[in-house]
Design a protein around this ligand. Structure first.
Ligand code: FES
Length: 146
């Protein structure tokens, strides 16, 4: 049911932890399943390149695997490029997720956006396409289940 890549990132999640004095921190949750994800970004103030990204996820295996993959995808990218790391991009990089687990990848996308929002707010800048994050992603969840 899960791809090898999902199992790999679940069993050996990359970039787990916290970043002290992070440039941006974002926490999101899904009230429906109760899962919570927090992302930390270390951003070069000059180039706006994401030098490091770490996460902590209290959630299901797919949430762990998607957050792990999301951190890998945003590392080394500029904040604008990181906006293109959508949940679909994360899912593709993981060779797909079962339909009932798609919302878990949304949590990863929203956690990155929340951390970018925190960074943008602190630095009084705007990042194209970035909107204020929702605290509970279930509010805006695509109707992929039920
Ligand atoms: Fe909640 Fe996966 S079941 S994030």
């Amino acid at each position: 049911m899960y791809s090898e890549k999902v199992m790999d990132h679940f069993n050996n999640p990359r970039n787990v932890g916290e970043i002290e004095n992070a440039s941006g921190v974002g926490t999101v949750g899904n009230a429906k399943c109760g899962d919570i994800m927090r992302m930390y970004l270390d951003i070069d103030p000059e180039t706006k390149v994401i030098r490091d990204c770490k996460f902590k996820t209290f959630g299901c295996g797919a949430a762990v695997a998607t957050s792990s993959m999301a951190t890998e995808l945003v590392k080394g990218k500029t904040v604008e490029e990181a906006m293109k790391v959508t949940n679909k991009a994360v899912m593709e990089a993981l060779d797909g997720l079962p339909p009932v687990k798609v919302h878990c990848s949304l949590l990863a996308e929203e956690a990155i956006h929340a951390a970018l929002w925190d960074y943008a707010t602190k630095n009084h800048i705007q990042i194209e396409g970035l909107k204020e994050p929702k605290k509970d992603i279930h509010d805006g969840e695509e109707e992929t289940e039920e």
